[in-house]
Design a protein around this ligand. Structure first.
Ligand code: PAF
Length: 288
């Protein structure tokens, strides 16, 4: 595996990997890798000859009072994990390489970025869209893979890629990979490590409450009632704040008040200082 932190070196390395018409898949990450990331890497191998992973804790997607400074950084450990997965290229730029002095551009994706995390974390999706667009331009992958835990992020990136003609045309260039879960259902996340042992146990209420809400919807309860019961359940289960617990269309991310056959439940809730997110399909496409 080649580890590169400067753009000129990246271009040379990518050209060498692409020689002989070889294809390249990109897995963008912020590091602190876990099984969820490794699942993306393994899936990437099914879509391209070589896999590149980027590790960059992107400051522009964190709000002023968020966990940018505390976000775990463990490049040596991450690098060893990627080496073991036979990743060809690790792109790990510095902040000044990504955003040199005088940097002044930003990408804003309307519609799908509104509401949910877009409302709870103002500016977050502009930061995500901008850095992902830069990563696509830097690495020029044939495909890129993202986890479905960040479903709204995936919708924003798909919209941006279509609108700005990034990567190859076609719906399949941006690949969503189902959420990888712990044994008790908690979605894997680099932020789970912030949880104390007690909070970690309480956190399992998040997927359990989504499942309860899906069961209630399927039993014919109205969404408003389901939402109220679910929010109470989370607060009684140890969550200290609910940013949102909403029913939305999976593609447009528009608000729903009943299952339209393409609905997902989206939740963001906090235990102490840790903010966790999750989402699941309501309908027959429901998967664990
Ligand atoms: O999902 C993430 O880890 C980040 O939001 C991403 C896509 C790597 C952009 O910084």
């Amino acid at each position: 595996m080649q580890t590169v932190s400067q753009l000129d070196m990246l271009r040379n390395t990518v050209s060498a990997l692409r020689a002989g018409e070889k294809t390249l898949a990109l897995v963008p990450t912020m590091g602190a890798l876990h099984e969820g990331h490794l699942t993306l890497v393994r899936e990437a191998k099914n879509h391209a000859d070589h896999v590149a992973v980027s590790i960059f804790v992107n400051p522009t997607q964190f709000g002023p009072n968020e966990d940018l400074d505390a976000y775990p950084r463990q490049l040596a450990e991450d690098s060893a994990m990627l080496e073991a997965e036979s990743v060809a290229l690790l792109w790990a730029p510095t902040v000044s390489e990504m955003y040199p002095d005088g940097y002044a551009s930003s990408i804003s994706v309307a519609g799908v970025s509104e509401g949910l995390c877009g409302a709870a974390r103002p500016g977050h999706f502009d930061g995500v869209a901008t850095v992902v667009c830069k990563l696509f331009n830097q690495v020029r992958p044939d495909v890129a893979l993202f986890g479905e835990k960040d479903w709204q992020q995936l919708a924003v990136i798909r919209r941006m890629a279509r609108d700005l003609d990034l990567i190859a045309p076609g719906a399949d260039a941006i690949i969503g990979v189902p959420t990888v879960r712990e044994a008790d259902g908690l979605a894997m996340s680099s932020r789970n490590r912030y949880l104390s042992p007690e909070q970690r146990q309480q956190a399992a209420a998040l997927p359990a409450t989504i499942e309860m809400a899906i069961a209630m919807l399927r039993d014919g309860h109205e969404w408003g009632h389901v939402q109220a019961v679910a929010e109470d359940e989370l607060l009684m289960g140890g969550f200290t704040q609910i940013d949102y617990f909403e029913l939305r269309d999976a593609d447009s991310i528009a608000t729903l008040d009943a299952d339209n056959g393409n609905a997902r439940i989206f939740v963001a809730a906090r235990i102490g200082g840790t903010r966790l997110i999750d989402n699941r399909a309501v309908g027959p496409t429901y998967v664990t």
